[in-house]
Design a protein around this ligand. Structure first.
Ligand code: APR
Length: 308
């Protein structure tokens, strides 16, 4: 029986629990939050939608981290979201302690689990979780690429008036302004987007993708995106729990792939029962390599700020 624990019953954690139940990725879904009763209330609300929607998994919430025991996958969303005018770096100091304490609990109580980190700034927080848990690299993953690629695909579909399902596109690198939405590889049912849209429109879409999180923060004012981030984390969890061998961009610890080592960065990987099973490497153009290098340098700066 598969068990999924989600730490943080805020906007993203609650969305993740909701999607996990609807998509039936685990038989048991547990929400954990330090605020007394919060996770209990959020989980009960989701559980009560079971008869209406028609799912049969068990959803419950608690403030007791002991509930982590026996988890196959843990999604970590605890921490503050961005506010308008706040960079992901501003968030780093605030969220570092939260991520470290939650990662310690995961290390001690769910030592065999696969950990998916969603808390921002993702690439630095997943590094902090990797160092804190001491888990091997295949079991510590950052969720960013699934979300960034979804935004990129959505904007391309919107510009072309086609179904977003038929747009495939890859976003690599840091989850932030230096991310790399690869234009060369974006396609609509196999047709290169570069043949379908003028370069100025593609540049506009790339820029909007890079600032995708900020655009939502500017509208929401008191928080950041949650529906798509929650779903993206659940897609990753589902790939692991069902051993699906899905190909997603995830922030993972590189060991020489794409010419980089000892850094967490978004690259395409195969996700299955073992977590990260393989990094899918391919030849980058000179320009793409330069952009990925800039991304790596930004992450290294964030990693240094963690002091780990
Ligand atoms: N242990 C458990 N839960 C915690 C802890 C902790 N140590 N510290 C904070 N939390 C909980 C808060 O009580 C809150 O319920 O984390 C939750 C965060 O929820 P929100 O404030 O709604 O934030 P959310 O929008 O869900 O974003 C969470 O995900 O996408 C990222 O940038 C985002 O870093 C942010 C994180």
């Amino acid at each position: 029986m598969a068990k999924l624990c989600i730490i943080g019953a805020g906007a993203v954690g609650t969305a993740a629990a909701h999607w996990a139940a609807v998509k039936a990725v685990a038989e048991e879904i547990v929400l954990i939050d330090i605020v007394p009763d919060l996770a209990r209330g959020k989980a009960l609300d989701i559980a009560q939608s079971a008869p209406v929607y028609g799912f049969s998994c068990r959803v419950w919430g608690t403030e007791d981290f002991g509930a982590l025991k026996g988890s196959d996958v843990v999604i970590l969303t605890a921490g503050r979201p961005r506010k308008p005018g706040m960079s992901r770096e501003d968030l780093l100091r605030t969220n570092l302690e939260v991520v470290r304490s939650c990662a310690e609990a995961v290390r001690d109580l769910a030592p065999e689990s696969i950990l998916i980190v969603v808390t921002n700034p993702i690439d630095a927080m997943v590094y902090a979780a990797f160092r804190t848990t001491g888990f091997p690299r295949n079991r510590v993953l950052g969720m960013a690429g699934v979300l960034d690629s979804a935004r990129y695909r959505y904007f391309i579909a919107e510009a072309l008036g086609v179904s977003p399902r038929d747009v495939q596109a890859l976003v690599m690198g840091i989850h932030g302004d230096h991310m790399l939405p690869l234009t060369r590889l974006a396609n609509v049912a196999g047709i290169p987007v570069t043949d379908l849209l003028p370069p100025e429109k593609i540049s506009e879409i790339v820029e909007r993708t890079r600032k995708g999180g900020g655009e939502i923060v500017s509208y929401l004012k008191t928080g950041s995106a949650f529906t798509c981030p929650g779903l993206a984390a659940v897609e990753m969890a589902g790939a692991v729990l069902r051993d699906e061998k899905r190909v997603f961009t995830c922030s993972v610890w590189l060991e020489g792939e794409f010419g980089f080592s000892e850094v967490f960065i978004g690259v395409p990987v195969v996700l299955g029962a073992g977590g990260l099973e393989r990094v899918l490497t391919f030849e980058l153009t000179e320009e793409e390599r330069k952009a990925l290098k800039a991304s790596v340098e930004s992450v290294r700066k964030q990693m240094a700020l963690t002091g780990l």
